[in-house]
Design a protein around this ligand. Sequence first.
Ligand SMILES: [Zn+2]
Length: 412
Amino acid sequence: MTNKIHTCRFCDSGLKRIFIDLGISPLANSYLKPEDLQQMEPHYPLCVYVCEDCYLVQLPVYQTPEEIFGDYAYFSSYSESWLQHAKAYTELMVSRFRYGPNSRVIEIASNDGYLLQYFKKKSIPVLGIEPAKNVARAANEAGILTVVKFFGTRTAMGLAAEGKNADLLIGNNVLAHVPGLNDFVEGMKIILKRDGVITMEFPHLMRLVAENQFDTMYHEHFSYFSFTTVEKVFASHGLTLFDVEELPTHGGSLRIYARHNEDDSKPVGKRVSELKDREIAAGYTSLESYLSFGERVKETKRNILDFLIKAKRERKLIAAYGAPAKGNTLLNYCGIRTDFIEYTVDRSPHKQGQYLPGTHIPIYHPDKIKETKPNYVVILPWNLKEEIMGQMAHIREWGGEFVVFIPEVKVL
Ligand SMILES: [Zn+2]
């Protein structure tokens, strides 16, 4: 059946092929207060398509970034390891490209300045672009010059007219959230100096599929990139990807390096062709391999439900740890509510006392686990499982066990 409603946000072809259909879900970050529980809750299709022409994996936009991020965003509480990541990145860039007091570093979606602060400490001029007003205000108060804007060609032309062009233009974990992909990349081209460098980090589709991370797909993530596809997107705006690194962050990310096509001072490195070869070998340039992922995900759902049904028949008490967006995708897709998982816990005081969207599983302080002694603790943020198992090791005292569902159901 053809679907003429949606078109590819890169090449404008009609989207007909389903990559994975996760049913109907509320927005993954719309946690509920007790008084919300009696109200209607908006749900949207969570059906991810793959474009037959350019292989961009994508979700149609149901809620715009203005609605999701506009007025207010939670401050991302950057962990120590994430700050270390930012600091190491700064050192790497400064030693490789020799930035100094005459350079300008611009970051798109700069949050509270957690990354730009390291460039500023080296006396390198910085500029943040951040759409959430309250977060941008905090950055400015901390001395990181930040403008409150969504990024695209309009913002870029405004900055270029003021002479604010970038020697280094950074966008971390923003490309997936951009509904107007072409306008965004064209905007980057506009403010990039002639010999400037763009670096961007985003989750790598190949790792998402290899490790069955379907739960990282939710409405706020509009696009999922292979290197091959992102290279096509940049090429269509006159930008060459000259290097790429594979990072462990967010379950496996890419850091791409781009420059103007005309800038031949930076030859295309070997890591680019090596990664492309691996993607071709893994099937990322043929439609068939994209179409097989859905079946694997359905089987994972059956295995998760098998585990939970068996545990409940044995009268086990099951709790969860964490309330991340990805947990909400998984729980809603599998139809797991308090009939299986009694409650979850989270260290963030913002979330305690609230309920998970869709499933209405209550969120408590982590001490609840000590009080109720569950047989199983399901770790929803599987990417942090080592850290959480360390913090919660005391569940072993009453014979409690940890469980992860991704990539497969596993009792640890
Ligand atoms: Zn396309």
